[in-house]
Design a binder for this molecule. Structure first.
Ligand code: CAO
Length: 417
């Protein structure tokens, strides 16, 4: 392919923190011209959050804003708003994830954007849908994980609701928004008209929790959930409990300890007991007698003492590292993988080879490590480049819009850019 798939698509990236930037970053990876519009002298708050090097853009920013250009401009000034409106007239997509009402307060609500450019697609992230009783709330990732059902179903039954390390509220919402924007771009090919695409973080989390809603309905009908650790020896209330590390499907599984767990907090594997693979699983863990033993032979017979079975498997794992264990178990088709630490992920040669972890150049840092595209194409390889410095492309963009050097200097002097 000579051109990246989204080349020619102009995106105004009016986003901050994680949910919006994750969406526009992926558009940039796929070839769109993504212009990040940021506050003068401040920029996206993540430039300064959790810095590891003084006065240098934080990794939080660099990992979510690669392949973009940056325009620093005060969009609340007359001149700044004029620049924004020029950009909007020529853009395909504008994405924002400000606090509820912020776009309207800036005079850039959907109605006005649509009038300025009927072809424009307007992507918007908020914590909650417009008709939610919580629509006015400011929301970060963990808030959404709680509101979307993930927290109440994550963790152990004797502990509090728990947040996932995966950004289910943030980057996940950005991915949902991206699907919506690409769909709207396809619709525009037929109609010639853009539309507003909204995703609430609560909905994006819920969309990943559908098996938990499935479980709620099952629980209401039969009063128990046979794949949860609470079955059959514990009790169920009227809502889906936290299931620890239980599998979410019909195959029981658990995180099991391997050799070295006393000193390495990640010396574990996930072990799945696949029903149709029970005989080979027994062979793999050197318990061939379990194949025909009535106490072990069926899933129903195993469930009452499933934790004794997991204990036995841990005994088998005690003299094997997680990698050795997986190497044995893979030969018997046991669905399994080591628990990977972030350190192992960062230096994993296979993830590097596949472009899933990449090292990119940055003007202040030298290089930095970041997550590359999780989407692989047969005819296109995303080229990940570093994130822009604040306002790095301000003058270029103003020149492209037709401002002469004097006008640009005047805007600098007034603090508009
Ligand atoms: N020039 C001038 N003003 C600008 C500007 C620019 N280039 N860019 C932003 N602003 C203004 C906004 O208009 C807003 O002004 P008002 O408060 O007067 O309307 C102000 O800067 C701050 O906007 P904000 O949305 O960033 O506000 P915040 O930091 O208080 O809240 C957040 C942050 C994330 C809680 C909120 O934006 C939010 O709830 N967003 C929706 C959900 C979301 O995406 N959450 C974050 C997910 S990632 O963790």
């Amino acid at each position: 392919m000579s051109q990246p798939p989204l080349s020619g698509i102009k995106v105004i990236d009016f986003t901050g923190v994680q949910a919006g930037p994750a969406c526009t970053q992926m558009m940039a990876w796929f070839g769109a011209d993504v212009l990040k519009v940021e506050r003068v002298g401040v920029g996206d708050v993540t430039r300064r959050q959790l810095r590891d090097i003084p006065d240098v853009d934080a990794l939080y920013f660099t990992q979510l804003n690669s392949n973009k250009r940056s325009l620093a401009i005060d969009t609340k000034t007359t001149e700044g708003k004029e620049v924004m409106e020029k950009l909007i007239r020529d853009a395909d997509v504008l994405v924002e994830n400000f606090a509820p009402g912020a776009m309207d307060r800036m005079g850039l609500g959907w109605k006005h954007l649509h009038e300025l450019n009927p072809r424009l697609i307007f992507g918007s992230v908020k914590g909650f849908n417009d008709d939610s009783p919580w629509s006015d709330l400011k929301v970060y990732d963990n808030v959404a994980q709680c509101a979307g059902g993930a927290a109440s179903t994550t963790g152990f039954w004797d502990g509090p609701p728990t947040i996932s390390g995966a950004a289910l509220g943030d980057s996940n919402t950005g991915m949902h928004l991206l699907i919506g924007i690409l769909t709207a771009l396809m619709a525009r090919q037929k109609t010639g008209v853009g539309q507003k695409v909204s995703v609430s973080m609560q909905d994006a989390v819920l969309n990943l929790c559908r098996v938990k809603l499935r479980d709620q309905l099952r629980l209401e009908r039969v009063g128990y959930l046979e794949e949860y650790p609470q079955y059959p020896n514990g009790t169920f209330g009227d809502t889906v409990p936290r299931g620890g590390n239980a599998g979410g499907g019909g195959q029981p599984g658990w995180v099991l300890k391997c050799k070295g767990a006393d000193t390495d907090p990640n010396a574990y594997i996930y072990f799945t007991i696949q029903e149709q693979n029970w005989a080979r699983t027994c062979e793999a863990i050197a318990r061939p007698e379990w194949v025909d033993d009535p106490a072990y032979a069926t899933a129903e017979a195993r469930q009452p003492h499933i934790f004794e079975i997991f204990d036995e498997i841990e005994n088998w794992l005690a003299d094997k590292t997680k990698y050795e264990a997986v190497d044995i178990l893979r030969r018997y088709e046991v669905p399994t993988a080591p628990v990977m630490s972030m350190k192992e992920i960062a230096y994993d040669p296979a993830l590097r080879a596949s472009g899933s972890i990449v090292e990119v150049a940055h003007k202040q840092r030298g290089t930095y490590l970041t997550v590359g595209s999780p989407v692989k194409f047969s005819d296109f390889t995303p080229q990940i480049t570093g994130s822009p410095l604040l306002g790095e492309h301000t003058d270029d963009v103003l020149t492209e819009l037709g401002y002469n050097p004097e006008a640009i200097a005047d805007m600098h002097a007034k603090g508009v850019v």
